[in-house]
Design a protein around this ligand. Structure first.
Ligand code: KIV
Ligand code: NA
Length: 266
C-alpha cells in the first residue's frame, strides 16, 4: 500500500472507493490498523471519554491530542492521520493556527478536524489557506453537548436539514478537504454526500457516505458505561480477534455491508 494523501481522498470519492476509518490513541493499535487496511486514523477527542474517563470531550487539551497523535503517528505507514482539535482550541483563527501547527509539527498529523460551521468558517478558511488540511465535522457535534443538552440526532426537522446542507457546502467552500457527518438522517447524509466534491465520512449517518468511522472501543465492544448508540457495531464478535475485527470492519465498509439501514436514523 502507498501512503494515503489528502488529494487521494477526493480521488477515492471519484472512484467510489469507500474510506474505512477508526479512532486510535496509541502506537500499537495504530500499527495494527495500518496493517489491516484502515485508510484514515483519527486521534479523536473521544479520548477524553474512552481513555481519560471523563463524561464528555470538553476537558481534552491540545497537549493531550499532540501527545496521543505523536504516539499514533509512530505506528502508521500508509494511513492518513487526522488529529481532533479540542473544545475552543479553534475558537479564533489565531488560536486555531497555533493548535493546528502543534498537531502537524509535533503530533505528526496530516489534517486537523474541527466541529461546526458559522463562526468557525473563519478558522477553517484561515487554516486551509495556510496549508493546514481541515476535516469539518457537522451534525451531532459532541463539543456542543452543553448547548444541545445531550447527544441527539441532528437535522431531522426540515429547517434543520436545510441548515445542515447549507453548512456542509459552507465548510467545503471555506476549504475543508473532508467532512465527518455524525448522527444525521441517512437520506440527508446521502444528499450532502451526492452534492459535495469532498468526501464525507459517516458515523450514524447511514450507508451512503463516502466512508465510515467508528470509535475503536465501540468496534471492540468495550463498554464505556454509556448506552450503546444504534450506529455502533461490535466487530470483535464476528472477527474473533483484534486483527479480525479490524479486517471485518474494513471489508464491511469497502463492500457496503456496513452500515445497514438498522444502524442509521430516519
Ligand atoms: O472524537 C472522535 O472520536 C470523533 C469521531 C467519532 C468522529 O470525533
Ligand atoms: Na471528536
Amino acid at each position: 500500500r502507498t501512503a494515503l494523501t489528502v488529494p487521494k481522498l477526493r480521488q477515492m470519492k471519484a472512484e467510489r472507493q469507500r474510506i474505512a476509518s477508526l479512532t486510535a490513541y496509541d502506537a500499537s493499535f495504530a500499527r495494527t490498523m495500518d496493517a489491516c487496511g484502515i485508510d484514515v486514523v483519527l486521534v479523536g477527542d473521544s479520548l477524553g471519554m474512552v481513555v481519560q474517563g471523563h463524561a464528555s470531550t470538553l476537558p481534552v487539551t491540545v497537549s493531550d491530542i499532540v501527545y496521543h497523535s505523536a504516539c499514533v503517528a509512530r505506528g502508521l505507514k500508509s494511513a492518513l492521520l487526522i488529529a481532533d482539535m479540542p473544545f475552543q482550541s479553534y475558537a479564533t483563527p489565531d488560536r486555531a493556527i497555533d493548535a493546528a501547527t502543534a498537531m502537524l509539527a509535533e503530533g505528526g498529523a496530516s489534517m486537523v478536524k474541527l466541529e461546526g460551521a458559522g463562526a468557525l468558517l473563519d478558522s477553517i478558511r484561515f487554516l486551509s489557506e495556510r496549508d493546514v488540511p481541515v476535516c469539518a465535522h457537522l451534525g451531532l457535534t459532541p463539543q456542543s453537548v452543553l448547548r444541545l443538552g445531550g447527544y441527539k440526532v441532528q437535522g431531522r426537522e426540515e429547517a434543520a436539514a436545510e441548515k445542515l446542507l447549507a453548512d456542509a457546502h459552507a465548510v467545503a467552500d471555506a476549504g475543508a478537504d473532508l467532512l465527518v457527518l455524525e448522527c444525521v438522517p441517512s437520506a440527508l447524509a446521502a444528499e450532502i454526500t451526492r452534492s459535495l466534491a469532498i468526501p464525507t465520512i459517516g458515523i450514524g449517518a447511514g450507508p451512503d457516505c463516502d466512508g465510515q468511522i467508528l470509535v475503536l472501543h465501540d468496534l471492540l465492544g468495550i463498554n464505556s458505561g454509556h448506552r450503546r448508540p444504534r450506529f455502533v457495531k461490535n466487530f470483535l464478535e464476528q472477527g474473533g480477534s483484534i486483527d479480525g475485527a479490524i479486517r471485518a470492519f474494513v471489508d464491511a465498509v469497502k463492500s457496503g455491508a456496513f452500515p445497514t439501514a438498522e444502524h442509521g436514523y430516519d
